[in-house]
Design a protein around this ligand. Structure first.
Ligand SMILES: [Ca+2]
Length: 97
């Protein structure tokens, strides 16, 4: 049987956010989809209210509060840019929780 590679750019998340958080690993597709879900102004990063909504979605999955997660997310700011980049979000999801 022949397998062809098909590149699906708008694939829906195969796992729920809860499953991703539990596994401590997420694929590039999952990271892209997550960023798109919360990136309301479409600049490819999360900042301000976008970070708060992301924290609000993740908080109940990890038994934390939105405020605590926003504080933790601040810590994951690895550059001078006040926005969270996809790489910083990945670090947060794979290492912290
Ligand atoms: Ca944004």
């Amino acid at each position: 049987m022949l397998f062809r590679h098909s590149h699906v750019t708008e694939a829906p998340l195969a796992r729920t956010l809860a499953e991703i958080v539990q596994s401590n690993h997420l694929t590039q597709d999952e990271l892209d989809a997550l960023v798109r879900r919360f990136d309301e102004n479409g600049d490819g990063q999360l900042e301000g209210d976008e970070v708060r909504k992301f924290a609000q979605a993740v908080a109940p999955l990890v038994g934390s509060t939105m405020d605590d997660l926003v504080t933790i997310l601040d810590f994951y700011q690895s550059d001078d840019d006040p926005a969270l980049s996809p790489d910083e979000i990945r670090d947060f999801l794979e290492i912290q929780i």
